[in-house]
Unconditional design. Structure first.
Lengths: 356, 183, 84, 263, 263, 356, 84, 183
């Protein structure tokens, strides 16, 4: 299949369809509405479930229901809508059913605006809701990667019976660029062996996040934590560019990472030894690789479209070994390469010589 | 080749479509390309801009502070983007809605009475194609033939009857641009 | 019939034509040559024969509060009518 | 004569339905949640759908309903059972899906979800247990708490000036075009229990016939939080609740009548 | 004769009300949100309450209502305006508090909040602009979208089998005992606009009289997302919306009648 | 006034009343329901506003409304209810109105149980909702401190026009111990100069979190961030015990910190040089003091009733200078002193000698 | 009148007395001396005169499904009646 | 003095109140004290426990793994807490509901037929006071007089008529405890 010019939101939606999503439930919110609209068109055409729910709360709980039945289910929203889903996320994580959520982030806090942002980093990576868990969070930086990561998201969700986020921002959602869609995968024909299908010829199955007995709930948590450790072990993902001899490494994900790439190239052009580290999985954060880099680079510069959230993770990974600087824009402002370049140049000039 | 083009005007002027047409055509010609829109709060009549990057290499940033080309459809957009265009860059202006002429001298400036011309053609909605035609005449980002093929494709059967007037508008724009001396 | 006239705020008018439809005297028309800063073609009063009665139906119909309506009224009666 | 030939034999005429597990419940003595459970289980047995039914438990005293029914089940977030059931049903159209919800769950936090599941005419069944109180959290005012009723959060009695009027959910839900069958029944004596069972049976049949949303509101007791003995609580239903919450159907769509009549 | 003594003078018979700021709105050409704003402003002027009124804007096309009204105002989260207004009113009983909400805001995500503010008989006023669509997000289906109506999220027309039936909010809200005055009006022509104003006036008077919750549903146009010209859109209200959403009062509590009659 | 035996939940409620709360809006949830019930009794008695709302969403938005009117307003809930309020929190933070929220945390994720927990740490300290902000978070360890911190919470909320949490857990909420209530403070008689009161003789006031223009919203965010920096500067709070010569410092807040105290005493008794550091403000986290301690202690042991959340903050404060170990219980399990002592003893035995 | 008897599960009975009230024959009484593991005093059948008809009203009224009802029926009739 | 006491039984037996009475009294006598409850899922009839710590010093942990005293109101509680009491600790048992007698030999064990005794007194609800009386007789955590004053205060005017039977129950418990040999 050849590359087509695709809008990010549409690509996210169509990728989910190709990945075999059986049910989509959502509520309109800019800047992800085209995703819902694409689903509104395509899902009924394909005989699959589509509901424009009465709210984000209803959406996520419909996803929860469909997931309990063993179907691939997803929803999508943007920042305020994601806040409303927090309780639902916690239930899904607690009952260990697979689900995929797309968050096309916008400026906040509050109603904020509809411009691109990355200020949901904390709320999606830390614990999107009460209780001890982290969803898997994947952050594409191009329309093609958005497609690939949506496909991956469904596979990871099924593999770990876990909640998986694909987080984009308004810019990626609205952007068009050439990308290639994978062929349609066949729908799963069989329901998994934990799914609710009616207790025909077998003992009833129960899916719940409730466990009044504290020792038993601690057991549940231990199992969940063990799973999270396994995910940390196996699912750290990132991309690197010009990292080999870099003294300064820019760390940015999604759109910010992509824009930083242009700045990094310019800096290289000017002779600075600068590289780019782009986390693809925000949780699990690719801390293994980053802390290895911390052994040999002179500084990190974190670039985000927020006031400094991934910054904590980079500082944790750096473990106090190298300085970690920050450049961020908020309120829906998208940094342009020129300003990131400035931040690089300023910091680079001040770099302590590690070897001296 | 690496060009960053901003199309800017108000909603309903076909600003976004002009940019998309460029993007589709660039893809057709095998280039790397990105297109991103930005809007004001209004559903109709607000600002509507888009940025298109066309390049021979994979594109990092799809946004830029200083575009190499700006096509401004109305006066507020002219005021906003004139100062931002890269020195030596190209600025195409819809003269029909211009209030104060641009003052920069380090740009290639093309004034096209696009709204008037479109109205003359009996279809004010082809203003965008006139400006697009003018752009291509001054900077061959893509080939005019490819534009026509792509346009045909995008209009599809349902809107095929609009092909002729769009083609004419592209040509009209090119003609208006060529008629203007390159400063 | 009372004599009236209207003023249309050409900056805020969005050219929706609803006043044109509402006017029983057919004295409002849309301009075609002077777009506003937002690109709309505003309505205008064209009332050479002085047919406008000041009935204010146009103003009631206008979603953008662009229309101010004036009416020539006998002064003493005016006080009573103004509060209608 | 034939009669002389007949042998007298002892038969079981009433026993636990197969759709109900043989485990003790955590309900308080005399709480009619237990009766509501049993009726649903009997209906599932009688309709022969136990093996394709999925139950959605609420947050409320019935939170463990999934432990008591002998069917596939899950536990919804507070008030969201209708949304969860919607998700289940849309991907499992052959399954029989029902929610079991209390009045805090359905009429307070879950108002939007129940109204919209009815508006959509979602093909599921809701058993709505109205006990005019938040049982599980220890007896606070519910949207269904009666004017003047004392609860832990209306210690001097529900003051309609400050806390408003009780909501009649069967009427509200029944007024939505997507609802096929909505009725209110009570569990306060054997006669009413039998009628309630008929209603529950009808509600499930509506789903089996694909006719859309059905809800049975059941007036139910909470002796613990009403501060009454079990028999007093039943009397309170009859004396106080029934007058405010009239029993009977609030919506019977075309075709449902026929369903109700057939055996 | 007296008439001869009368001087002819030109007077302003229609001008912008003081409660509306003199700024252009972001609404599309012909959108009747503007009319709804003006009517509210006129009523505030006429009742002389501009200086003690607090308006709560919704999330929807009217999100900037606070910029247009010349009064204290705030911006609620999507659907939560009634809750926010409740908070405001309970601590400012002398203030006149109203919400201005669209149909997505009020009838979808905010279902619970509007039902409960009515159930509580909260002493606030709600202006409910029903345009059968989500305007601000670009034209998706609303709970009020008509059967068969094409929207961006019902591209082949609202399919009642899958998406259910439109909700008649004035009827639902009017059926709650706490509601004092609930009515549906339309903005599609001058006659209806005048009636709508009367209704809005009554709704605010109900609040001033401390009688409880009042809501005016206004059928309103969205030419942009309906894909119609401004005049066509008004015609569509008359031809399509009014038949499904009958105009008139759905609740007039005792005493409200009298209020409506007095000048 | 003499000390009375008070239940944590009741103390939290009565303290708010003494602090001059004008409006309480809440929804029942165990284990904080007595707080709401106390309010149901007392607020109407005092002629103040009390509503049992239809949900937590309604509660927080009622608080938002009352706060906009300039009244001292609060709500309370427990973990799942807090998740549901996230959107509201973000609006409140974005529009900079004061509000107080009490969270009596319970075991999660999902419905979990009603036993004590501290697993809301991330969701309250990081960004309780979308966008860049942190609420002020105060964590009492005794009924007396609960009273004091509620009083403080209202003052801080007013001072910074910000969202302030008081976080307890089911144990503190349900516990009775002697404590002294302060006298009733008079209600504020004047509304602040930003409050919505009706535009009488002045220009209208607007309270909103909406700002469609990205540069303007970035300005809003800059102002917000500057405020947060000021809070970080001035409001770091903690308690310390036996810290002077400590080689190992236990870091725990709230109930966990209190229980750890008994274990620390026992360890001292056994001759180990162990101290206790108890953060009182969880945000701003008392990192200044902690990183100074990191200069001279040999290790930190973080104790939480979760799977390790504050742990991140301690690691950030320690800056890689000393090892940070963790002991946690989840699912509503409350650690007993004996097990914390074990963890201390085990770690202490392994302590590297810093000076060697 | 048909002859019947009931069995009450003493482990699950919570002593709510609702069966006592429901029984038209007054043959159920509450025990007072044998609390269950949960501390309830269960109901029991005391029917020395064999008055129980097996009408099952007690079972219908019992919230805890503690009661199994037996009835002596003529076998041929039984098949038909069992499905009532 | 530093004692950690667990009261355990099922809901409705007055377990929590017994603990509270101890806590109130200890406060009255100027001690430091904490009281914490824990319940099962049932509103009625489930497990209900509470832990009271009474101390001469400020109390760190209000919970403990090994209480120095346990007062068990029913057999499940006996089974749960017998193994946990500190060696040398005190275990008071409601003998009326005991199924299997305790087997530990390193504890002071007191068997009180409390339910029976309360039933005899015509008020099964004072079971808790009987056990509490027995506790105080064996371990003078607080003075009996103070208990009586506090009880009077807590019962208040509305329940003043219950004072007499409660006092009698406390005495009955004490008597039963004293009648038992200290092993
Ligand atoms: C989001 C959330 N809010 C509140 C609660 C606490 N809660 C549990 S049950 C319940 C009310 C139950 O009342 P109802 O639905 O009437 O059921 P009942 O117990 O009376 O049968 C509440 C408020 C919760 N678990 N989750
Ligand atoms: C929590 C949340 N969900 C969704 C949105 C996106 N959103 C903005 S306006 C709107 C719907 C507006 O429709 P309506 O209320 O009918 O108002 P209209 O624009 O038609 O006047 C939606 C869904 C949001 N801002 N916040
Ligand atoms: S006032 Fe009446 S007559 Fe005059 S323009 Fe307006 S509608 Fe027409
Ligand atoms: S109704 Fe108002 S906005 Fe519309 S055309 Fe007339 S004056 Fe302009
Ligand atoms: S609290 Fe009420 S509703 Fe809940 S189990 Fe007990 S009696 Fe039933
Ligand atoms: S989108 Fe529709 S509702 Fe919104 S302003 Fe435009 S016409 Fe009005
Ligand atoms: S079966 Fe009938 S007669 Fe027999 S005990 Fe039960 S209710 Fe009484
Ligand atoms: S109705 Fe059932 S639970 Fe109640 S006393 Fe009778 S047998 Fe026991
Ligand atoms: Mg209830
Ligand atoms: Mg709308």
């Amino acid at each position: 299949m050849a590359a087509e010019l695709l809008k990010g939101n549409v690509a996210l939606a169509e990728a989910a369809i190709r990945a075999g999503v059986e049910a989509y439930f959502g509520y309109p919110i800019t800047p992800q509405t085209e995703l819902l609209e694409h689903m509104a068109q395509r899902m009924p055409e394909l005989g699959r479930a589509f509901i424009q729910a009465e709210s984000e709360l209803a959406s996520i709980n419909m996803v929860y229901g469909a997931a309990c039945a063993g179907a691939r289910a997803m929803t999508s929203s943007s920042s305020p809508g994601i806040s409303l889903m927090q309780e639902g996320f916690s239930y899904i994580a607690g009952s260990e059913v697979p689900a995929v959520v797309v968050d096309v982030m916008r400026g906040g806090p509050g109603l904020g605006n509809i411009q691109p942002s990355q200020s949901d980093y904390f709320q999606v990576t830390r614990s999107a809701g009460h209780g001890d868990y982290h969803p898997i969070v994947l952050a594409p930086a191009s329309v093609q990667e958005a497609i690939d990561l949506v496909m991956l998201a469904f596979d990871l969700a099924d593999k770990y019976r876990h909640l998986v986020f694909v987080v984009a921002d308004g810019l990626l959602g609205q952007m068009m660029e050439p990308a290639e869609l994978p062929p349609m995968r066949p729908l799963h024909t069989e329901r998994p062996d934990w799914a609710l299908t009616g207790a025909q010829g077998r003992a009833p199955r129960i899916i719940t996040s409730l466990e009044l007995d504290a020792p038993a709930l601690e057991e549940v948590n231990n199992r969940l934590q063990a799973k999270l450790r396994a995910i940390e072990e196996h699912e750290q993902r990132y991309a690197e560019q010009m990292i080999e001899d870099a003294r300064l490494v820019i760390v940015g994900y999604g759109t910010a990472g992509r824009i930083a790439q242009t700045a990094v190239k310019q800096a290289r052009h000017e002779g600075m030894k600068v590289g780019l580290f782009r986390p693809i999985s925000l949780w699990p954060f690719p801390e293994r690789r980053l802390s290895r880099l911390a052994d040999r680079v002179d500084a990190f510069l974190v670039v985000e479209m927020n006031a400094g959230q991934m910054l904590d993770d980079v500082r944790l990974a750096a473990g106090g070994q190298v300085p970690v600087d920050f450049y961020g824009r908020t309120g829906g402002m998208v940094p342009v390469p020129e300003e990131i370049y400035q931040a690089i140049a300023t910091l680079y000039a001040k770099l302590p010589d590690r070897l001296s | 080749m690496h060009e960053e083009i901003i199309f800017a005007g108000f909603g309903g002027q076909g600003v976004l479509f002009a940019g998309q047409l460029l993007a589709y055509t660039a893809l057709e010609e095998g280039r790397h390309v990105t297109w991103i829109p930005s809007y004001g709060p209004e559903m109709r009549g607000g600002t509507a801009n888009c940025t298109v990057v066309v390049s021979d290499e994979p594109i990092g940033s799809p946004v830029c502070m200083h575009p190499s080309i700006a096509v401004v459809f109305n006066n507020p957009s002219l005021e906003k983007y004139e100062p931002l265009v890269k020195p030596g860059g190209l600025l195409i202006i819809n003269q029909s809605l211009m209030v104060t002429p641009p003052s920069r001298t380090d740009l290639e400036i093309v004034l096209i009475p696009a709204t008037e011309a479109a109205t003359e053609m009996g279809q004010v909605r082809v203003t965008n194609m006139i400006l697009f035609g003018a752009l291509l005449a001054r900077q061959q980002l893509v080939r005019a033939e490819t534009v026509l093929t792509v346009l045909q494709d995008k209009l599809g059967a349902r809107k095929a009857h609009l092909q002729a007037i769009n083609n004419a508008a592209l040509e009209r724009g090119a003609a208006l641009a060529q008629a203007q001396p390159v400063e | 019939m009372a004599k009236g006239r209207i003023e249309i705020n050409e900056h805020t008018c969005k050219g929706c034509t609803l006043c044109v439809i509402a006017c029983p005297q057919d004295v409002i028309v849309m301009s075609t040559d002077r777009p506003t800063a937002k690109g709309y073609y505003p309505a205008m009063l064209v009332d050479p024969e002085g047919k406008c009665t000041g009935c204010a139906l146009c103003a009631v119909a206008c979603p953008d509060v662009c229309i101010t309506v004036y009416r020539q009224v006998p002064v003493r009666a005016a006080r009573a009518e103004a509060s209608v | 004569m034939v009669a002389l030939e007949t042998v007298i034999e002892e038969q079981v005429v009433y026993a636990r339905p197969a759709s109900l597990r043989d485990v003790p419940t955590h309900y308080c003595p005399g709480c009619t949640h237990g009766i509501a459970h049993r009726l649903v289980a009997e209906v599932l047995d009688e309709l022969g759908v136990r093996e394709r039914t999925i139950g959605v438990s609420p947050v409320g005293c019935a939170v463990f309903a999934y432990k008591y029914f002998n069917i596939d089940g899950c536990e919804a977030a507070h008030g969201r059972a209708p949304a969860m059931a919607t998700g289940l049903k849309r991907v499992s159209p052959d399954a029989v899906v029902f929610t079991y919800q209390g009045d805090g769950d359905l009429a307070a936090i879950g108002t939007a979800e129940i109204m919209h599941v009815a508006a959509r005419g979602e093909n599921i069944t809701t058993i709505f247990v109205n006990n005019a109180i938040y049982g599980m959290t220890g007896g606070q005012m519910a949207p269904t708490t009666l004017p003047g009723q004392r609860t832990k959060s209306s210690p001097t009695g529900r003051d309609v000036e400050l806390a408003g009027f009780p909501m009649r959910m069967a009427e509200l839900v029944g007024s939505l075009p997507g609802a096929a069958y909505v009725t209110r029944r009570s569990l306060h004596n054997v006669k009413e229990i039998n009628k309630a069972k008929k209603a529950i049976r009808a509600a499930f049949k509506v789903q089996l016939a694909g006719m859309g949303f059905a809800m049975v509101e059941l007036l139910s007791s909470c002796p613990t939080n009403w501060g009454l003995s079990a028999p007093e609580a039943l009397q309170w239903i009859e004396d106080v609740m029934v007058p405010y919450y009239p029993l009977g159907d609030t919506k019977v769509a075309d075709g449902v009548d026929a369903l109700m009549k057939e055996r």
